[in-house]
Write a protein that binds this ligand. Structure first.
Ligand SMILES: [Fe+2]
Ligand SMILES: [Fe+2]
Length: 163
């Protein structure tokens, strides 16, 4: 059974994966700090927006609304694991988002590029792994554990709080 909540989460996961892949390409194409231009500046701002929305609103929805439904049904294992991963991704994502916005407003220096590259590569790895896990396990768990009324309510909350 497909759920509305699962579909909304899936959509956001795909947007994030796309942003992470484009980040990965940017990192591997530039051993040294790339020159700043309009296109790169726009790319970096877009990356920052997607990352912030993912780790602030999307993670927030999962933790504050969806995982609560799981815990009520005694499914604490998956909740503990995914929450733990959120904790390790969030500061890294905010760091990358901040560095991206700062660079878009001026340019990368050798120092900030190295910092961006290291944090970015680590983020790509952690977050893609996390999303893959949610795509395999979490969406199926929603189908199995969330009844249609709760699904409707969760989807409404998602649209309201995340967009
Ligand atoms: Fe997610
Ligand atoms: Fe998550």
């Amino acid at each position: 059974m497909n759920t509305q909540t699962g579909a909304l989460l899936h959509q956001a996961h795909m947007t994030t994966i796309e942003a992470l892949q484009s980040l990965d390409e940017l990192l591997s194409a530039n051993k040294k700090a790339p020159a700043m231009d309009d296109l790169l500046g726009r790319k970096l701002k877009q990356l920052s927006r997607v990352l912030r929305s993912e780790v602030e609103s999307h993670f927030g929805f999962e933790e504050n609304h969806l995982f609560k439904v799981f815990v009520e049904q005694g499914e604490t294992g998956i909740v503990t694991m995914l929450t733990h991963e959120h904790r390790s991704i969030l500061p890294l994502a905010l760091q990358v988002a901040d560095l991206a916005v700062a660079a878009a407003g001026s340019a990368f220096t050798d120092v900030t590029w190295t910092e961006f590259k290291d944090a970015g590569a680590e983020l790509v790895e952690r977050e893609i792994f996390h999303i893959q896990k949610e795509e395999m396990g979490l969406l199926a768990a929603i189908s199995a554990l969330v009844d249609p009324e709760t699904d409707e309510a969760l989807a409404d909350t998602y649209r309201r709080e995340v967009g």
